[in-house]
Design a protein around this ligand. Structure first.
Ligand code: ZN
Length: 98
């Protein structure tokens, strides 16, 4: 079986369109995409007391606007947001689960 790969990725207004090599077309709202950011800053880590507290996420102007994106090693996409955030690496598996 061929590994899952996006054949086309294109921002369209408030959405990101992804065409996958299995024929699936996905339209992801940019806000959903940003809120799903898997980086440590956005997801947080349990603190020393073991409370898995979710950190306060600070979204601001541009947080839900995509500046650019890049492919990472054939397994993931990195999104660069207008507010400067760019540490989230979204595996293809994660993207498909959104
Ligand atoms: Zn993040």
């Amino acid at each position: 079986m061929q590994p899952l790969n996006p054949v086309a990725v294109a921002p369209m207004g408030n959405e990101l369109a992804i065409s996958w090599n299995d024929g699936v077309e996905q339209y992801l709202p940019l806000e959903l995409l940003r809120r799903a950011c898997p980086c440590a800053v956005c997801c947080g880590e349990p603190d020393v007391m073991g409370r898995g507290e979710t950190p306060a996420r600070h979204y601001k102007t541009g947080s839900f606007e995509l500046k650019s994106f890049e492919f990472i090693g054939g397994y993931a996409l990195r999104f660069i947001w207008v507010d400067g955030h760019s540490s989230g690496i979204y595996s293809y598996k994660l993207l498909r689960s959104l």
